[in-house]
Design a protein. Structure first.
Length: 186
């Protein structure tokens, strides 16, 4: 057991915590994130920022800030980017970053924000896949270590969303939008 986490034969981390400052290092150490980042040049932190709506709909800025600090302390060599692509037709992701406090936090911690809806995308082809034999994803994601920081919430279509729904924010609307809206926030 190290740092109160027994991860020898388990993927479950259980601990009594009271603050993000306590819990984030505990969970990320338990997941072995420091070791996973060795040899990586860049990490993309992918929160759930599908709309400019405060938590619990979106990932709290304070949580992502603590993840950034953890990476800065444990992998100081690595470039850190916070990236997402809003599902809104009314505003871009930069607006979401500003409204939810990510712009201020990124400036304070010296990390870059990226709107994945505006990034160059690359085509991935998967032989034998019948549903999505081809899929576009932002090049920057393919060239980075991707760390999903989702919102754990109930969902009308799936029961819970966890991190799989968070990955929908990676898909470029320029490729998957239908009828002017592709329902990232569905």
């Amino acid at each position: 057991m190290k740092d109160g986490v027994d991860n020898k034969n388990s993927s479950l981390c259980a601990a009594h915590i009271t603050t993000l400052k306590e819990s984030v290092p505990l969970v990320l150490n338990g997941a072995g994130l420091g070791a996973l980042l060795k040899g990586e040049a860049r990490v993309i932190i992918k929160p759930n920022l599908v709309e400019a709506i405060m938590p619990p709909v979106t990932t709290p800025v304070a949580l992502v800030g603590e993840v950034v600090k953890y990476i800065q302390e444990n992998a100081p060599h690595i470039e850190i980017i916070i990236a997402d692509g809003t599902g809104s037709l009314e505003y871009d992701t930069t607006y979401v970053f500003k409204e939810l406090g990510y712009l201020e936090m990124s400036r304070a911690l010296g990390v870059r924000l990226v709107d994945l809806n505006e990034e160059e995308s690359v085509l991935l082809e998967i032989d034998g896949c019948t549903r999505w034999p081809e899929f576009y994803l932002p090049r920057i994601v393919m060239d980075s270590f991707l760390l999903s920081v989702p919102v754990l919430k109930a969902h009308t279509l799936a029961g819970v969303t966890l991190t799989m729904k968070n990955m929908v924010g990676l898909a470029p609307p320029s490729r998957y939008q239908q009828g002017g809206h592709w329902r990232k926030s569905a």
